[in-house]
Design a protein around this ligand. Structure first.
Ligand SMILES: [Zn+2]
Length: 365
């Protein structure tokens, strides 16, 4: 468990841990200095953060910059891209998705989402990078990449995302009001396994950061995702949800420690992602089920996409950040995005290779 302590209280907290014989170590000595490095600026009264309007992958960006980037890409490549509003957030912001497709009738769908947890900024940077590279190099890409309908949702939780820029860098939930409390953990608000495992898998307390909401899909953000996927005429084959941090590729289940029916298949697919990452940057991402590598996460998006939406390759990718936790310095954005893009493309090669070999053999798939 990570805790963040207000500077003046640090000796008191250390004393308490020591008294109770709870082992601890200091992950980040001064969060303020890491924050400045992440955002590339030195904070002082007269030195306010410049208002970046241009999209790039040397900085983390506000929502309006991300949305302008999506619109610009679709104006530049109208034959490949379109932008749609799939719903409104709790506070009424648009939830925008970018679709990239060559329009072929038999394409299968690939889903990428980011910032379901808004403090995980690197996730948005990574999926926008993939979108940009995919579109600008589309005709150089192999069939396994171009024969897909790509649905790319860079900010699934726009209210929370803005809030992490304006108020609280560590905000995890959406901004829906529940009595005195604010926010649902959207990645505990999906229906499959919702509310299982008691307080270990999610929380029924609106004040808790793992609050699952009053019922599955109670939140407009998760409901919008479900609507798009279940109403789409494209059969989805891949569902990837990006998070940070941990450098792991995880797959169902999160609501139980039983293995899912396609455990080996998902392990192989996840390993193809991890292999490509290793070949790109030498980083070692672990692969396994949610419960094996993390903890019970009940009502999460990939248990739903796999079990209910029937998307066979459903993964959560926890991106870099072992050292800096959520505050990955901006000079690591591009290298993280490159390794992960190669991982995603490699997964598609694996997925297509599987369906080809299965056409020529007698197996039941
Ligand atoms: Zn997350």
């Amino acid at each position: 468990m990570d805790i963040m302590v207000d500077g003046p209280r640090i000796t008191q907290i250390a004393g308490m841990l020591h008294e109770r014989e709870i082992p601890y170590s200091i992950a980040i000595g001064d969060v303020g200095s890491v924050l400045s490095r992440e955002q590339g600026i030195k904070y002082s009264k007269n030195n306010r953060k410049p208002n970046y309007c241009e999209m790039d992958w040397d900085n983390y960006h506000r929502l309006h910059v991300i949305y302008a980037f999506m619109e610009n890409l679709s104006h530049e490549y109208p034959y490949l891209c379109s932008v749609a509003v799939i719903g409104k957030s709790a506070e009424g912001r648009d939830i925008k998705i970018l679709k990239v497709s060559n329009g072929n009738e038999y394409n299968v769908g690939v889903w990428l989402d980011a910032a379901i947890h808004p403090r995980e900024w690197i996730s948005t940077a990574v999926v926008t990078y993939i979108a940009d590279r995919l579109v600008r190099t589309f005709h150089e890409q192999p069939d396994c990449v171009t024969n897909k309908d790509w649905y790319i949702l860079p900010v699934l939780n726009p209210d929370g995302y803005e809030y992490t820029h304006t108020h609280d860098r560590m905000w995890r939930k959406n901004r829906a009001r529940y009595g005195e409390c604010v926010g649902v953990d959207l990645n505990r608000n999906f229906s499959y396994g919702w509310g299982e495992k008691g307080e270990e898998g999610s929380s029924e307390d609106p004040g808790n950061i793992f609050y699952r909401g009053p019922k599955p899909f109670s939140e407009p953000e998760t409901a919008a995702l479900r609507r798009l996927i279940t109403k789409s005429s494209t059969p989805f084959k891949v569902f990837l949800s990006f998070h940070s941090y941990g450098e792991v590729v995880i797959f169902p289940w999160g609501y139980t420690d039983e293995p899912c029916p396609d455990y080996v298949e998902l392990l192989e697919g996840g390993t193809s992602i991890a292999k490509a990452i290793y070949e790109t940057s030498g980083r070692t991402y672990k692969v396994g089920s949610t419960k094996d590598l993390m903890y019970f996460a009940c009502g999460n998006s990939i248990d739903w996409s796999y079990a209910v939406a029937g998307i066979p390759y459903s993964y959560m990718v926890e991106l870099r950040g072992k050292k800096h936790r959520f505050l990955l310095p901006q000079n690591e954005i591009e290298s993280t995005a490159k390794e992960v893009m190669n991982g995603v493309f490699r997964l598609l090669d694996f997925v297509d290779g599987k369906s080809k070999s299965c056409q020529s053999c007698d197996c039941s798939k």
